[in-house]
Design a protein around this ligand. Structure first.
Ligand SMILES: NC(=O)c1ccc[n+]([C@@H]2O[C@H](COP(=O)([O-])OP(=O)(O)OC[C@H]3O[C@@H](n4cnc5c(N)ncnc54)[C@H](OP(=O)(O)O)[C@@H]3O)[C@@H](O)[C@H]2O)c1
Length: 269
């Protein structure tokens, strides 16, 4: 059995996932990078190995495929890559009107952001529990705490699920030395808004609302090390989350809805 341990990061080819890879490599963690774009993963793994003297491997997988988590787990077992940290980060937004988005697109998003996240956790958690140590970071979003908005119809509800799921497992894991944290970033500079075609709209938002991927990741890893159940990134996002708890439901829902509508991308746009 290898004594080496690995941090497995989904969505490691860009944005927050890449920032996790950079920071964990600098802390001398060995890495398993997961995403669909193989050339990017190859280049990132090579670069991190050369720069930090760690072992960085990658698995090309599409988490929209419901078999992907089992295949990833199998590959880790076969190669003797024990995973002591799991970062479920892969995700994206689907703008538009719920009924105008084809079912395959909804299904793929559900597979990546719910099925993939839960199944990978289910597969990798038991060994951490048995070892009496480990960390699982579930990348959620402020959207999972904020009131619902029209558009991106499944995104907020899925992130709410991720937060509650993380919190339940956090409570189970703490008796066994396994840290579980949900991280809730607000607007963060990554490829997220380029991928879903909302970058021009989002550029109209105040710059003060945005954070860098590096800042979010540094806070997330710190929260995981401290075994916080939830980390909301940045004081502005913490204030928004607090307002959603303190203000009357009707008021905060109306405030959110009217503000978000200005930036909403409709299916016919
Ligand atoms: N950016 C924000 O403002 C923000 C705010 C709150 C929460 N988040 C959350 O942060 C997480 C990371 O997003 P990001 O902002 O870093 O976006 P990003 O820069 O677009 O990166 C998304 C990552 O997910 C991977 N991915 C997407 N679909 C996949 C699939 N089917 N199978 C495997 N990997 C897939 C992408 O890799 P490939 O394309 O190579 O597969 C990429 O590495 C997401 O869960 C997102 O919901 C982002």
């Amino acid at each position: 059995m290898s004594q080496k341990h690995f941090a497995l990061i989904t969505g490691a080819s860009a944005g927050l996932g890449l920032a996790f890879a950079n920071q964990l490599a600098a802390q001398k963690h060995n890495l398993i990078l997961v995403a669909r774009r193989s050339q990017r993963l190859h280049d990132i793994a090579q670069g991190l190995q050369a720069k930090h003297g760690i072992e960085a491997v990658y698995i090309v997988a599409d988490l929209a495929d419901t078999n992907a988590p089992d295949l990833i787990y199998k590959q880790c077992q076969e190669n003797d890559w024990p995973v002591s940290m799991l970062i479920n980060n892969a995700g994206y937004g689907v703008p538009g009107d719920f009924d105008q988005v084809d079912w395959a697109t909804h299904q793929a998003q559900l597979n990546v952001m719910l099925n993939g996240l839960v199944k990978l956790t289910y597969l990798f958690y038991p060994a951490m529990k048995k070892a009496g140590r480990g960390g699982i970071l579930q990348v959620a979003s402020l959207a999972g705490l904020a009131p619902p908005t029209a558009g991106h119809t499944l995104y907020g509800p899925m992130k709410s699920f991720v937060i509650k799921f993380a919190h339940s497992l956090h409570l189970e894991g703490k008796d066994f030395g396994v840290h579980v944290t949900a991280v809730c970033p607000g607007f963060t500079y990554t490829e997220f808004h380029d991928v879903n075609g909302t970058r021009n709209r989002m550029n109209k938002l105040s710059k003060s609302l945005w954070m860098s991927a590096d800042e979010v990741v540094e806070q997330a890893l710190h929260a995981l090390a401290q075994n916080k159940a939830i980390k909301i990134n940045g004081w502005r996002n913490q204030l928004i989350a607090l307002m959603t708890r303190l203000l009357p439901d009707k008021l905060i829902r109306a405030l959110f809805h009217s503000n978000i509508q200005k930036y909403r991308k409709r299916s016919h746009d």
